[in-house]
Design a protein around this ligand. Structure first.
Ligand code: PMT
Length: 234
C-alpha cells in the first residue's frame, strides 16, 4: 500500500526546459524532457500532497492525475509563476532546466544571416529563481518553514568532481535539499533513468543508485518528508 505521508502538504514543482525566443521561429532551449519533475509531481500527489506543476517544454508527457498544471515558456514566465505560487506552498521543488541567459531583444522578423561579422545575438542573464526563493524566505516574504529543493545539473567525468560542484552549489544557493545529478551525453537530460546524490543543508549526503526517475522521485520525497518531520518536532 502507498504511504500517504504528504497528506495535505502543498507542493509546487517546476519541470521541463525554458525556451528563450530569438525571433518568430527560433529559440534557445535545452534537452530537459520534464520526466524528472513530472515523476516528482505524480509521486507527491499519490502520497496525498496537493500538487501544482509548472511545466515548460516537455517531451509529450501526459498531465499527472490530480495535479494542477500551469504552462510556461520562458524563464521570465517561470520566475513570475514560481514566486507568486510559492506563497501557497509548503514545499517548492525546482526541477526545471532554466536558461541562464536570454537574448537581449526578441526580433520581430527572422534574423538574417550575416556573412561577414559575428552572429548578431546578444545575451543577458536571467534571474536565478532558486536564489530568489531562498532570499524571499530570508526576507520574510516567504514563510520561514517553506522547504526549498534545488537540483544541480553538473557535467564532469569523475563522480568526485560532480559531487564537489554540488556541495558548492548547495552552499551558494542556500536551499534545504539539493539533488545533484551528473548530466551530459545520454545522462539525466531526456533519459528514463537518473542517478546522483541528495545533499541536505545540515551536511547529510545520500547516494542515489542508477534507476528510473520515478524511484529517484520517491527518494527525493522521502528526504522532503524527513525535513517536514523535523520541522514539526522542532
Ligand atoms: O527533465 P528531464 O529530462 O527529466 O531531466 C531532468 C533534469 C536533468 C533537467 C533535472 O534532474 C535537473 O537537474 N534540473 C535542473 C537543471 C538545471 O537547470 O540545473 P542548474 O545546475 O543549471 O541549476 C541549479 C538549480 O537552480 C536548479 O534547481 C534550477 O532549476 C535552478 N535555476 C537555474 C537557473 C536559473 N536561472 N534559475 C533557477 O532557479
Amino acid at each position: 500500500a502507498l504511504v500517504r505521508d504528504l497528506e495535505g502538504v502543498r507542493v509546487l514543482v517546476s519541470a521541463g526546459g525554458t525556451r528563450e525566443a530569438l525571433d518568430p521561429v527560433r529559440y534557445l532551449g535545452n534537452r530537459s524532457s520534464g520526466k524528472q519533475g513530472y515523476a516528482i509531481a505524480r509521486a507527491a500527489a499519490q502520497r496525498g500532497a496537493q500538487v501544482t506543476l509548472v511545466a515548460g517544454s516537455v517531451s509529450g508527457l501526459a498531465d499527472p492525475s490530480a495535479v494542477e498544471v500551469i504552462r510556461i515558456r520562458t524563464a521570465a514566465e517561470l520566475t513570475t509563476e514560481m514566486l507568486k505560487r510559492a506563497h501557497e506552498a509548503d514545499v517548492v521543488v525546482m526541477a526545471a532546466a532554466v536558461a541562464d541567459f536570454r537574448p537581449v531583444t526578441v526580433a520581430d522578423a527572422k534574423i538574417k544571416k550575416n556573412d561577414t561579422g559575428p552572429a548578431p545575438i546578444e545575451l543577458t542573464t536571467n534571474p536565478d529563481i532558486l536564489r530568489e526563493l531562498v532570499s524571499a524566505r530570508h526576507d520574510g516574504a516567504l514563510d520561514a518553514q517553506t522547504v526549498i529543493v534545488g537540483f544541480a545539473a553538473e557535467t564532469g567525468d569523475d563522480h568526485g568532481g560532480v559531487l564537489d560542484h554540488g556541495r558548492a552549489k548547495l552552499a551558494r544557493k542556500g536551499c534545504d535539499l539539493l539533488v545533484v545529478n551528473a548530466v551530459g551525453e545520454g545522462k539525466a537530460f531526456g533519459t528514463d533513468d537518473n542517478t546522483g546524490w541528495i545533499l541536505t543543508a545540515d551536511g547529510q549526503e545520500t547516494a542515489l543508485p542508477l534507476g528510473p526517475k520515478t524511484l529517484m522521485a520517491s527518494r527525493i520525497l522521502d528526504a522532503v518528508a524527513s525535513v517536514l518531520g523535523d520541522e514539526r518536532c522542532s
